[in-house]
Design a protein around this ligand. Structure first.
Ligand code: ZN
Length: 397
């Protein structure tokens, strides 16, 4: 058989390594033809074309291939180098193949047969991969040639605009430990992303009433009911907050959305007059924000009874669903303190908003504003919503 897979033979090659980038200065006609043929075949399979690496990346990849030459190469060192060069590479696959002489186009076309690479299947027609790179070089012995083929999935850093355009897999960066990791959103349910190293929640997504995932910050866009615009607001900040709060409470009946759950935006809740705790909180915070009042939506748990002192001791975690339900409420900073505004009609006195630091039924995990997600840094319970040392600020992207 003329063709054989020569694992890692590439790394004992002599100069020159010739790389192909679709439009770069390192293109070689035979590799370019292979690349065009590949994308035509992908089109026939109704699969998006593979993109070539950029010319600048081709220069860097060439350096990597030259550097690795002569070293005891193994899969992990190759992958380490590839990830260094392509920090947004998610899944990747690569193979090397030897030829007795400089391969012609028809010989290279045989590469497109299903093959197994050192890392995983090299599926030229799969939808997983978005990018390809090819390199061609004579072997050290002078007796043959080797082709190096790399396929990878370019995973973008998280951005809400990409989420809205249908992208589901992203790189996230933990603001606490700086770890970068890829995460995939299922697209069906509200979902959080946690750092795999330290467990910090670094992103949170809600499913909206059209079944689209959105960043939770997006739900709190300032909103003021159209039908109340003409009204003269009460004088004084406290009176204004109280008025908005009571109007929200008065207009809302509690209703769960069922399974899977979803989030209403402020205008939807106002129109429907029904919603669950997060809908009411989103409406209330959005309305307060429309009046310039920096309210936040807190997401966490609500215990049925005040938590006993031992449950609040250092190291205690969330008391468990047996004792507390997932809940959302509004936090209102005022006079150097934080107050809790309930949007859900509870049986307790709702005429006087409680001081947050005295309310230990509430177990906040995160706080949401239109631009920032605040996540609790420690596992210990806290009622100190405003202490910057306890909360990690994650700007919405
Ligand atoms: Zn981390």
């Amino acid at each position: 058989m003329l063709l054989r897979i020569v694992s890692l033979a590439l790394f004992v090659l002599l100069l020159p390594v010739r790389l192909v980038a679709a439009t770069g200065p390192y293109a070689s006609p035979v590799l370019n033809d292979f690349f065009l043929d590949l994308n035509q075949r992908r089109a026939a399979h109704r699969v998006a074309p593979l993109q070539a690496i950029t010319a600048a990346q081709a220069v860097e990849l060439e350096k990597v291939l030259v550097q690795l030459r002569g070293q005891p190469a193994n899969s992990s060192s190759v992958e380490t180098e590839i990830h260094r060069l392509f920090p947004n590479a998610g899944r990747l696959a690569w193979l090397t193949r030897g030829y007795p002489s400089e391969p012609k186009g028809s010989e290279l076309a045989a590469l497109l047969q299903p093959a197994k690479g050192p890392t995983s299947s090299v599926d030229w027609f799969g939808t997983d991969f978005t990018h390809a790179a090819l390199a061609l070089a004579p072997q050290a012995t002078g007796a043959g040639w080797t082709v190096f083929a790399l396929l990878f999935e370019n995973v973008p850093d998280y951005e809400t605009v990409l989420l809205r355009s249908g992208q589901r897999t992203f790189f996230f960066t933990c603001p606490q430990c700086q770890k970068r990791f890829a995460g995939t959103l299922t697209g069906e349910y509200s979902q959080s992303i946690h750092c795999p190293d330290d467990g910090l929640k670094i992103a949170e997504f809600g499913r909206d009433s059209s079944s689209h995932l959105d960043h939770v910050c997006s739900f709190i866009e300032p909103f003021k009911p159209e039908d109340l615009r003409a009204r003269t607001p009460p004088p004084g900040l406290a009176e204004l907050c109280g008025d908005i709060w009571l109007r929200c409470l008065g207009s809302l009946s509690y209703r769960r959305h069922g399974n899977p759950d979803y989030w209403f935006r402020g205008p939807e809740t106002w129109k429907a007059h029904v919603g669950d705790c997060k809908d009411g909180s989103v409406l209330l915070a959005a309305w307060l924000r429309a009046e310039g009042i920096p309210a936040r939506v807190a997401l966490g748990y609500l215990a049925e009874k005040p938590l006993a002192a031992p449950q609040l001791s250092a190291g205690m975690k969330y008391p468990g669903r047996r004792d507390a339900d997932g809940h959302a409420w509004v936090v209102l900073p005022a006079d150097g303190d934080d107050y809790i505004l309930e949007s859900t009609n509870h049986h307790w006195n709702r005429r006087v908003p409680p001081l947050a630091r005295l309310e230990n039924r509430y177990w906040p995990e995160s706080q949401v504003t239109p631009n920032t997600l605040l996540v609790r840094r420690q596992t210990d319970w806290t009622s100190d919503y405003g202490n910057p040392s306890l909360w990690t600020k994650i700007p919405k992207r």
